[in-house]
Ligand binder design. Structure first.
Ligand code: CP
Length: 314
């Protein structure tokens, strides 16, 4: 099956075959990143604009790095230094970026649906780097890529996502990716942040941390996203941590070989203790590194590349 998609807006719209094509392409790019010369000419002559209208460290830098490894020219636009501060609309900003002859736009925005909106206005590919609490597709792709590196096939694997699910675009993208890949997914946290209706997405919901973590092969922690919460969903941070924070005792309930994941940024001592975030089961920094290869794959494919044309041989 050739790759035909021009935009990457959600994981919800991807087929299992497309997810696997991205992972296969990322695997080939990861081998290239291990060479002494880490650059390929795949996007030479193309210009990619990273339009980040919400804060980011990992995603912005990984997209920047990915574009440069593909030999593209990259321009970063951030909220504080853009004309959005003077009242310019998202539509005008994006149409000006296209008029400046950008070949692709990567957007992070606090409003869900912004990437879809731009994809309908523009003639160039649009890549979603996180839109409100909706989706963060490249995060879901790099998380499942990292899980597959450790576990092989995810079919039937027990994955627990623990924390603020309600306001998490990372949770939604991972749920779509993991259920398509056949994983057995359980969401855990306070009922105010993990409503029952998530079961409609093909996952289990639990409020009993011990039974949810029992024998899990992957636990993914999510931070409390205060920036999206208009009111308090639990009495205090201390009470959240005492009931749902991952500490050494609770990690002992997991499968002994379980991996511990977090998309970042981490709030140490809140959703996860430092000794676990930095411990031998943590793959948190591997997730960050894999973010480069996965984003290279997404940029390459949406620019018209085909998976079979990526040859890692030196
Ligand atoms: N995981 C993630 O999206 O991190 P940033 O907000 O730093 O990009």
């Amino acid at each position: 099956m050739p790759w035909t998609r021009r935009h990457l807006l959600t994981i919800e719209e991807l087929s299992l075959a497309e997810i696997e094509q991205i992972h296969t392409t990322a695997s080939a790019f990861k081998q290239i990143l291990g060479r002494s010369v880490k650059k390929v000419p795949a996007l030479r002559g193309k210009t990619i604009v990273n339009l980040f209208l919400e804060p980011s460290t990992r995603t912005r830098m990984a997209f920047d790095m990915a574009a440069k490894r593909l030999s593209a020219d990259v321009i970063a636009v951030e909220a504080s230094s853009s004309s959005t501060t003077k009242g310019e609309t998202l539509r005008d900003t994006a149409e000006n970026i296209q008029a400046l002859q950008a070949d692709m736009i990567v957007i992070r925005h606090s409003a869900a649906g912004s990437p879809l909106y731009l994809s309908r206005l523009l003639d160039i590919p649009v890549i979603n780097a996180g839109d409100g609490a909706h989706e963060h597709p490249t995060q879901g792709l790099l998380d499942t890529f990292t899980m597959k590196e450790h576990l092989g096939s995810l079919k039937g694997r027990k994955v627990v996502i623990l924390g603020d699910i309600l306001f998490s675009r990372v949770a939604r993208s991972n749920i779509h990716a993991l259920t398509k890949l056949g994983a057995d997914v359980t969401l855990v946290g306070p009922s105010t942040l993990v409503p029952e209706w998530f079961t409609a997405m093909g996952v289990k919901v639990s409020y009993d941390l011990k039974s949810a973590l029992a024998d899990a092969e992957v636990v993914m922690l999510l931070r409390i996203q205060h920036e999206r919460q208009a009111s308090s969903h639990f009495p205090s941070i201390g009470e959240y941590t005492s009931m749902f924070g991952l500490n050494k005792t609770r990690a002992g309930w997991l499968n002994p070989k379980a991996i511990i994941m977090h998309p970042g940024p981490i709030n140490r001592g809140v959703e996860i203790d430092s000794e676990l975030a930095d411990g031998e089961h943590s793959v948190i920094l591997e997730q960050v590194t894999n973010g480069i290869a996965v984003r290279m794959a997404v940029l390459y494919l949406c620019a018209g590349g085909q998976p079979e044309n990526v040859t890692p041989a030196a």
